[in-house]
Design a protein around this ligand. Sequence first.
Ligand code: PHE
Ligand code: ZN
Length: 885
Amino acid sequence: MREAQPATIYLKDYEPPAYRIEQTQLHFALHEDYALVTATLSIARTAGAPETQALVLHGQALKLESIQLDGNTLGEGTYVIDEASLTLEAVPGEFELRTVVRIEPQNNTSLEGLYKSRTMFCTQCEAEGFRKITYFLDRPDVMSIYTVTVEADAARYPVLLSNGNCVATEALASGRHSATWHDPFPKPAYLFALVAGDLSVVEDSFTTCSGREVDLKIFVEPKDLDKCDHAMDSLKRSMRWDEETFGREYDLDIFNIVAVDDFNMGAMENKSLNIFNTSCVLASPDTTTDAGYQRVESIVAHEYFHNWSGNRVTCRDWFQLSLKEGFTVFRDAEFSSDMGSRTVKRVEDVTVLRTSQFAEDAGPMAHPVRPDSFIEISNFYTVTVYEKGAEVVRMIHTLLGAESFRRGSDLYFQRHDGQAVTCEDFVLAMEDASGVDLGLFRRWYSQAGTPEVSASGVYDEEAQTYTLTVAQRTPPTPGQTDKQPVVIPLAMGLLGDAGNLPLRLEGELPDTETSDNTHRVLTVDSAEQRFVFTGVNEAPVPSLLRGFSAPVRLDYPYTRKDLQALISHDADGFVRWDASQQLAVQVIMDVQAQLDAGSEPDVDPLLIDSVAAVIADTSLDPAMVAMMVTLPGENYLAELASHTGQADVDGIHAARDSVREALASALSEQWQSLFGRLHSVEPYQASGPEIARRSLCNAALGYLSADSVDGVELALAQYHGANNMTDRLAGLQAVAYFGNDVQRDAALADCFDKWHHEALVVNQWLQLQAMLPLEDALSRVQALMAHDAFDLRNPNKVRAVIGAFASGNPVNFHRRDGAGYRFLREQVAVLDGMNPQIASRLLGPLTKWRNYQGRGDMMRAELEELAAVSGLSPDVFEVVSRSLA
Ligand code: PHE
Ligand code: ZN
């Protein structure tokens, strides 16, 4: 039973540390049933801290074996231990503290601290996992120089790794050995890492811009040796790109990556020893889809980029998490854009933002990019901190321009190298380097909620003016009722009959004819503003929020004809895609209303024409065509519906299906010829053009199989004949969705039969099934959980089955009888005892209980049920209590 509620921590209470740990020496003796950790810490009181200040070290689930201060053993009564800390009431100004603790990595199912993944030992310390390894000042503003010795059985654990350089190895008695690592860069404890295992390695090297040779190694289980090439290639490209684009050179002689199967997140940027979830580093044509290849590329880059944005310059406290995450997501998105198609990457990112982040910002867990408070920091690794945080950095980039932004980032790295700093320091560097005042812009860091921007336009034919009126408001969020206007860079153009029109604002000199006068960025920074364009000689369609220049909801009363004009010939690829989505949303909503009224669905032929025109437009990148002909997802539609009312999940599903059927049958010839033209059995290549080709080909296959049994046969043939995972999975998915029961079950069984030895394929196989919108989906999910291939302790499997069901199978999760909700609550309760971070993350869908028509009470009841469970983790407690508040 919980005695007290877990405490809330506030940004306003931040105080600098009273003690520093200059040097940290660790010795790990790893055994099968325990590990001994000896920590020798050189501690000094911070200048200005009172001599009477107690030393309070963090420590959790540690068994203290001995403790010495400057060589003298401390007796009981000279220190106090509770479940979260070790306190020494009086200590000298400078001293050495040595502790020996006993821990049980083999029983650590939280995957935080030191734990075992299959046969190897590994660590995960961000955010506050180091305190499960030893007593320490486990906060990012305490930076220390580490020397680490790892000692283990030589046969079972031939590879012993930690941060920095290996400075010594030793063979020891009874078949044991050790390796000592020294990291010359001071770092916070969350960047510490250790790995011990029987690992194979792929090696390569990189020469930095100043000529340093860096050894690159990727460590994996022997069976995965053939799946490292793509990650290695991505790593080398990231290293070059960061030199060229941000002037950032790598700073050590080695860079290691280790792949582990059991991992709570995607990957971790530990100094020179990145640890990756296998799903984010391994790639091979037979096991990895195109999306998987792209994910590997971007996550390898993301973790590498953290070496500067995160490690060399780190966060002062966890409220500043977006300082490293928002900036690094921005950096990896720019990298991916430069490696492939900028517009395609933008569309993908905006889709995530609008579907998940807007929903978060509109729900009970809404928080600013820089949160003001938390109970459990693990709950704040969110789409808001990461993706909205990256949007905020992107807006700074837009407002300053590329050159000034680069000067700002150079200044930031130079000024703060080796420091633990704040989001404010980042903004100040940007201001100082550019001369641009970001005063009001700072509200993006402190204010939660998605701004709503409504725009309207009036054309005055006589005066040849076009007046754009833009108003903004941000709806209240929990704990923040009064919202101020934010600074919105609104990239835009005006579309005329023959293309984009020249832009001149009232009062401006006639244009001095520079390069592109058909595009500009308006700064919107008050509640309502008017922009008058002069010399406009025809009534234009405004092309607004180009490139999604700000994370806002934009509302402009476009007619369907307007949207069609934007789709077919606006200059901005993002706007073209966005218009195609808006048109589809309108048509799906029409059909939903018709179905609601009991009438036959009547799909606006304008949508069909517009999709036909997009297919026929050979000037478009096939990947863009694929995205433009794909209907908006059910979760996005539900998010839109709940913004103005409540979502009817079944209605959305039925309407979307019926629009898809209409497109499938009206354009069946076009889909056939697309498929015929694009289908290929050439050897797999993960190149941009090939990925684009497959994406459109498989979009066509989806429509064909939705339309006819012949289409399903085609999908079946593709499944069996494919030489790569992208085509195989697309075929399997089409059969599973549109085939009959016999076809579906046979294909699924065949897939498991052939691929059961590849964990990453099995996970995709599990996920596909968990998301099938079939009537018996829940019992299928329960059967999958009983399958040998499932393991509740492995987060990838939990996400593939339970996570995919709850967030990717809306009609079944939201079953009328509430069985989907009950299922999720039961799983969360079980998981909370094993892995609170995963349990808490899985809860996401239930927290949106206010959004669903006729379901809210049932959803809330499950949250209440959880709230009554005794001994909840702080992680789940925080999510449950905030959602019910
Ligand atoms: N810092 C990691 C990243 O963004 C994410 C992470 C957080 C991993 C916490 C593990 C634990 O790259
Ligand atoms: Zn990160």
